[in-house]
Design a protein around this ligand. Structure first.
Ligand code: FAD
Ligand code: NAP
Length: 533
C-alpha cells in the first residue's frame, strides 16, 4: 500500500494532520466512507505479503494467464470464488478476502464484475498491481470490433504478430506440444511479457534477456532447444527490466517499465526469428557490448578481467559454461572462447555488486604472440568488448548426487574448475571429497595458489596437488607430466563404488591423454567429463 509513504511525507513536511489529505482529494473523500473491519489473527498485511511470496498458486490456474470473457467473470461472484476486474486485468481475490482491511462485504460489491470505479472511489492510491500480483488471472477478452474491410486485415495481421494471442511458435524439428508460447499485458506503468515454457524445471540460468535500441531479445533454453522472442517494441521502456521465473509452473515474466505511462496499442514488430523454437545449436551467437571495469594480475602472464554487462542484460553463467569474446583485430572479426570464473574461491565470499550491475570475471593468460589475448591486454578500463551468450555441455545434474569429485587441470584449464568448486562445496550435500590435480610448468604459473591453499585449510573435503613440469631445484612437491601412475596415486575414491566424476581441462593433447589414462584405470565414460569448446 502506498499510504504509509503519504504519511511519511506529511511528517517530513511538517504539515498539520488536518491538511492531509488535501480537502476534496480522493483520499479524503474515501476516508469518511471507509470502514475497517477487525482482521483475524494471522491476516495482517505482512501475513498477506508472506503468503504471496510463498509460491502458493493463488489463482488456481497454476501460473497460466487467461483471457476472461464477461460471461466467465460473472460466474466468479461468490466469497469462495471471487474474481474482480480492475483496469482490464482480472484478479482472483478469493484468497485475499480475509486480509482485506475493508472486509469481505466491500470486496463482494465488485464480485464477478468490473470494480475499477468502486476501487477508484475508495483507494485509488493503493498499489493493487503489486498487492494482487500473484492473484492475476489474466486480462479481459477484447470485444469484437466491427471494422472497415482494410482495417480488419490489418487487425488480424497485428493480432497474428504481437497482440499477444499466441501465434504457434515456428517449430523446427520437434514436437509441437513442447513449443512455448507467449502473451503480454499492461498496466498504467508497466508491460509484462509472459512466456509459458511448459517446462517444470525452469530456472533463471535458462533465460537470457537483452534490450538495446528499442529491441527486446529474450532467449529461453529448453533442453537442446532455444525459444526466441525478438521484438522491436512499439514504445520506449526503461533500462531496468525485471525477469521472474516461476520455476514449478515454467512461467517466465519479463517486466518492462514504461517510459511514458500511456497505453500501448501493440507490443511491437516481430524481428528475425521471433517466436521460433529451434535446436539450440542452430541459433547464432548473440553478442552484447560489455565494459571493462578492472584488470588485475593473477600471475606474471595471467590477468583477471572484470566486464560489466549492460543494465538491461540478464544472464547468469551456469557452472561449466564458457562465453565467446569478439574483437576486431586488424580489421578482422576474431572470436575466442573463455570460461567465466567467480571472483574468489572462498565459498563465503560475496561477489561485489560492481556499480549496481552484473559483472563477468575472466581469468585470461596473455600469450605474447597470441592474436586475441595480446589484443585483450591492450584494452583500457572503460573500453568495450563483445560477449556472447553462455554455451557448454556441462550439466549441474552430473554432480548433484556426487560423492567424489576429481579435477584434472593444466594451466588456464583451471578456469572451469572455479565455479564448479564453489558450487559443489556449497550446494552438493552428498559430497565427501574433492581432489584437484593441477599441472603447471613452474611455481609462478600456479593460478590462485594462495586461495587454493586457504580452501584446503577451510574445507576438510578439499585436497589439491600441484605438479610441475619445469620445477626449480627448490620445489619439494610433485613433478612430471600427466601419467597413469600420478593419477592413480592421488585419485582414490572415498569408498568403494562411490559415485564419482572426473573433470578434465587443459591443452587438447593433455585432455586426450587424461581421458585415455582414466579409462585404462577403469573409470567409465559417464564418470569422465572433458571441458572443450
Ligand atoms: P593464438 O593467436 O591462437 O596463438 C598464438 C600463440 O600463442 C601460439 O603459437 C602459442 O605460442 C600461444 N598459444 C595460444 N594458445 C595457446 C594454448 N592454448 N596453449 C599454449 N600456447 C598457446 N584461455 C584463458 O586464458 N582463459 C580461459 O578462461 C579460457 N577458456 C577457454 C575455454 C574454452 C572452451 C576453450 C576452448 C579455450 C579457452 N581458453 C581460455 C583459450 C582461449 O580460447 C585462447 O585459445 C587463448 O586465449 C589463445 O588465444 P590467442 O588468440 O591469444 O592465441
Ligand atoms: P601451459 O602453461 O602451456 O601448460 C600447463 C601444463 O600442462 C604444463 O604442466 C604442461 O606441461 C602441461 N601440458 C601442456 N601441453 C601438454 C601436452 N600436450 N601433454 C601433456 N601435458 C601438457 O598451459 P596453458 O598455456 O595455460 O594452456 C591451457 C590450455 O587450456 C589452453 O590450450 C586452453 O585452450 C585450454 N583451456 C580450455 C578450456 C575449456 O573449457 N575447454 C578452458 C580454459 C583453458 P609441459 O611443460 O610439459 O608442456
Amino acid at each position: 500500500m502506498r499510504r504509509p509513504e503519504a504519511a511519511g511525507g506529511r511528517r517530513m513536511l511538517n504539515v498539520p494532520a488536518s491538511a492531509f489529505p488535501a480537502p476534496g482529494s480522493q483520499q479524503r473523500a474515501a476516508r469518511g466512507r471507509r470502514t475497517k473491519v477487525p482482521l483475524k489473527p494471522g491476516r495482517s498485511l505482512m501475513d498477506w505479503i508472506r503468503l504471496t511470496k510463498s509460491g502458493k498458486d493463488l489463482t488456481g490456474l497454476k501460473g497460466r494467464l487467461i483471457e476472461v470473457t464477461e460471461e466467465e467473470l460473472a460466474k466468479h461472484n461468490k466469497t469462495d470464488d471471487c474474481w474482480i476486474c480492475i483496469r482490464g486485468l482480472v484478479y482472483n481475490v478469493t484468497p485475499y478476502m480475509e486480509y482485506h482491511p475493508g472486509g469481505e462485504d466491500e470486496l463482494m460489491k465488485a464480485a464477478g464484475a468490473d470494480g475499477t470505479d468502486l476501487f477508484d472511489q475508495v483507494h485509488r492510491w493503493v498499489n493493487y498491481e503489486s498487492m494482487l500480483k500473484e492473484c492475476l488471472v489474466g486480462r479481459m477478452a477484447l470485444k469484437p470490433i466491427v471494422l472497415p474491410k482494410e482495417s480488419t486485415s490489418a487487425l488480424s495481421e497485428e493480432k497474428k504478430c504481437l497482440n499477444g494471442m499466441l501465434p504457434e511458435s515456428k517449430i523446427l524439428g520437434t514436437s509441437k506440444t513442447l513449443a512455448p508460447s507467449y502473451d503480454w499485458f499492461q498496466t498504467d506503468c508497466s508491460v509484462t511479457v509472459v512466456v509459458y515454457t511448459k517446462q517444470k524445471d525452469m530456472n533463471s540460468e535458462l533465460v537470457i534477456l537483452d534490450y538495446e535500441d528499442s529491441r527486446l531479445r529474450g532467449e529461453i533454453i529448453i533442453s537442446d532447444y532455444s525459444y526466441l522472442l525478438n521484438i522491436e517494441l512499439s514504445n520506449a521502456v526503461q533500462e531496468d527490466i525485471a525477469v521472474h521465473v516461476a520455476e514449478k509452473v515454467g512461467k517466465v515474466e519479463i517486466v518492462l517499465k514504461k517510459k511514458d505511462n500511456i497505453p500501448w496499442k501493440k507490443l511491437g514488430q516481430p524481428l528475425e526469428s521471433h517466436n521460433s523454437f529451434i535446436k539450440h545449436t542452430d541459433r547464432g551467437l548473440y553478442y552484447r557490448k560489455c565494459k571493462l571495469i578492472s584488470k588485475t594480475e593473477v600471475t606474471h602472464d595471467t590477468k583477471l578481467f572484470c566486464l560489466l554487462l549492460p543494465q538491461s542484460t540478464h544472464f547468469q553463467i551456469p557452472v561449466g559454461q564458457h562465453v565467446y569474446l569478439k574483437q576486431i583485430v586488424t580489421g578482422k572479426e576474431i572470436v575466442k572462447p573463455y570460461t567465466p570464473v567467480s571472483c574468489s574461491l572462498q565459498t563465503h565470499f560475496k561477489e561485489p555488486s560492481c556499480h549496481d550491475g552484473t559483472c563477468l570475471f575472466l581469468m585470461i593468460k596473455i600469450y605474447p604472440s597470441g592474436l586475441f589475448s595480446s589484443e585483450l591486454d591492450h584494452l583500457q578500463i572503460g573500453d568495450y568488448i563483445y560477449v556472447s551468450n553462455p554455451e557448454g555441455n556441462f550439466q549441474k545434474s552430473q554432480v548433484q548426487t556426487l560423492e567424489d569429485l576429481f579435477l584434472l587441470a593444466a594451466g588456464t584449464g583451471f578456469t572451469p574448475m572455479v565455479k564448479l568448486l564453489n558450487y559443489v562445496l556449497t550446494d552438493v550435500n552428498s559430497l565427501r571429497t574433492v581432489k584437484l590435480m593441477f599441472f603447471n610448468k613452474t611455481e609462478d604459473d600456479i593460478l590462485w595458489r594462495d586461495q587454493l591453499e586457504q580452501l584446503i585449510l577451510q574445507d576438510k573435503r578439499f585436497e589439491a596437488q600441484f605438479i610441475l613440469s619445469e620445477p626449480s631445484k627448490e620445489w619439494n612437491g610433485k613433478r612430471g607430466k600427466i601419467s597413469s601412475s600420478l593419477l592413480s596415486e592421488f585419485f582414490k575414491r572415498s569408498k568403494q563404488d562411490s559415485k564419482v566424476l572426473i573433470c578434465i581441462c587443459g591443452p587438447a593433447p593433455f585432455t586426450e591423454q587424461g581421458e585415455r589414462f582414466l579409462k585404462d584405470l577403469g573409470y567409465c565414460k559417464e564418470e569422465i567429463h572433458s571441458f572443450t569448446a
